[in-house]
Design a protein around this ligand. Structure first.
Ligand code: GLN
Length: 445
């Protein structure tokens, strides 16, 4: 009830929730009390959380930040949602997000922009901006986000919280509304790496309903948090400290690296030579997959339907024209174009080849070092309305999207403030190195 009260007080200005599920939360709290009384409570029993509105929740509105799904009540739960409930977590509600997870500022949401709790003139980041803002403002101890090109890590950095994008396949995507299926991955956002470790342990694992989920066992992430860092080899990718990086952000990151040196780590420069092609490859692959995934929103089975359609084509056209926002339409058009005959090889096939090279860059780097460190974002949170054209918004993701293309895990941890706005340190590891990342992040906190 304390959290529900706080939400009620803060929400009129913050706008971090799309739906608050107070009744269900109170019922779940009673169940948690009962579990405690019965002596069968687990570590997470009774812990309040919230869910980005991209996770399907049975009987609860699931909008994905879009007018298209404003009337959609999901008929089933995402696997992540079921697993959290089984662990005893209590969902407080569904958090605001960029429409269909397309954006880096939360400004494309049909439900309005979210304010950054540190500075109301600033964006909270995106697309999991509502989750990050809600955690930062103390409205929820943790939140579940999703990350296709940085959507957990960048808002975590902008709001001064910790956010982990796991290895592709570590967490089931079943019931998470698909944006770009080969890049999407769900993960926890919370105050600390320790909290993230407990939550990741609860949501990770193989799922028969997602054939891309990994079959490998889930380690006890919390058990390894305190492992010593002596001998840890840290690589600083040269390409992550180049032009366009705010010097104040660069120095906050270098200060953080010094802390690791004092803990016994060694530091060296490494190179990820294909980094400069990552944004281009991502903005071919992600819209291509999105254009295919979003074809299902046709006004027939679920979602927005236009009034009085004249025929089937008119139904499709007007339902989609009315239901989707500008950025979503832009991505669908880009994706449809790059997948069309005559352009497919020049764009899509080429982008897939670049993706392979980017992945190889990381594998080569992890032959030399244990983890990579750099900034999560080139600047602290920018002002609401500041990024006027789509390309300047796309360039915000320069340090996060290559990670999704390679499928490796990444975590953003708070690393100080610049002009009253938080800055994130991004730590990257090889496939399935989440335990190591959480350990390294934890030792900094
Ligand atoms: N900002 C990126 C995009 O708009 C990433 C979003 C995400 O990770 N969902 O595609």
């Amino acid at each position: 009830t304390d959290y529900l009260k706080r939400i009620e007080r803060a929400e009129p200005t913050l706008n971090s929730f799309i739906s608050v599920t107070a009744e269900q939360a109170l019922a779940a709290a009673d169940d948690a009390d009962q579990a405690r009384a019965d002596g069968c409570a687990g570590f997470l029993t009774g812990v309040p959380i919230s869910l980005k509105d991209i996770f399907c929740t049975q009987g609860v509105k699931t909008t994905c930040g879009s007018k298209m799904l404003d009337n959609f009540i999901a008929p089933y739960n995402a696997t992540v949602v079921d697993k959290l409930a089984a662990a005893g977590c209590i969902s407080l509600g569904k958090t605001n997000m960029d429409e269909f997870a397309m954006g880096s500022s939360n400004e494309t949401s049909y439900y309005g922009a979210v304010k950054n709790p540190w500075d109301s003139a600033a964006v909270p980041g995106g697309s999991s901006g509502g989750s990050a803002a809600a955690v930062a403002a103390g409205l929820t101890p943790a939140s579940m986000g999703s990350d296709t090109g940085g959507s957990i890590r960048q808002p975590a950095a902008f709001c001064g919280v910790t956010g982990l994008k796991p290895t592709y396949g570590r967490v089931s995507r079943y019931g998470i509304i698909a944006y770009a299926s080969s890049l999407d991955q769900a993960g926890p956002m919370a105050r600390t790496a320790e909290d993230c470790a407990h939550l990741l342990g609860a949501i990770a694992g193989h799922d028969l309903r997602d054939s891309t989920s990994a079959t490998r066992g889930v380690p006890d992430y919390a058990a390894e948090l305190d492992a010593p860092l002596a001998g840890l080899k840290i690589g600083l990718p040269r390409e992550y400290f180049g032009d366009g990086l705010d010097p104040a952000v660069a120095s906050a990151v270098r200060e953080a690296v010094k802390v690791y040196e004092s803990l016994g780590a060694t530091v060296r420069d490494v190179s990820l030579p294909h980094t400069r092609y990552a944004t281009s490859a991502y903005y071919v692959i992600a819209p291509a997959e999105a254009s295919s995934n979003l074809a299902r929103f046709d006004g027939v089975r679920f979602g927005h339907r236009c009034e009085h359609p004249e025929d089937l084509i008119d139904l499709y056209q007007r339902s989609r024209a009315e239901g989707f926002g500008e950025e979503v339409k832009r991505r669908i058009l880009i994706g449809t174009h790059t997948l069309s005959e005559g352009f497919f090889d020049a764009y899509y096939t080429k982008a897939q080849k670049v993706r392979r090279l980017i992945r190889q860059d990381f594998l080569d780097a992890f032959d030399q070092v244990d983890v990579l460190m750099g900034p999560t974002s080139p600047t602290p949170a920018f002002d609401l309305g500041a990024q006027k054209d789509p390309v300047s918004m796309y360039l915000q993701d320069i340090y996060t999207i290559a990670v999704n293309l390679a499928g490796i895990p990444g975590i953003s941890v708070p690393a100080g403030m610049v002009d009253g706005r938080p800055v994130g340190l991004q730590i990257l590891g090889s496939h399935f190195a989440e335990a190591r990342l959480l350990n390294v992040a934890h030792r900094f906190q």
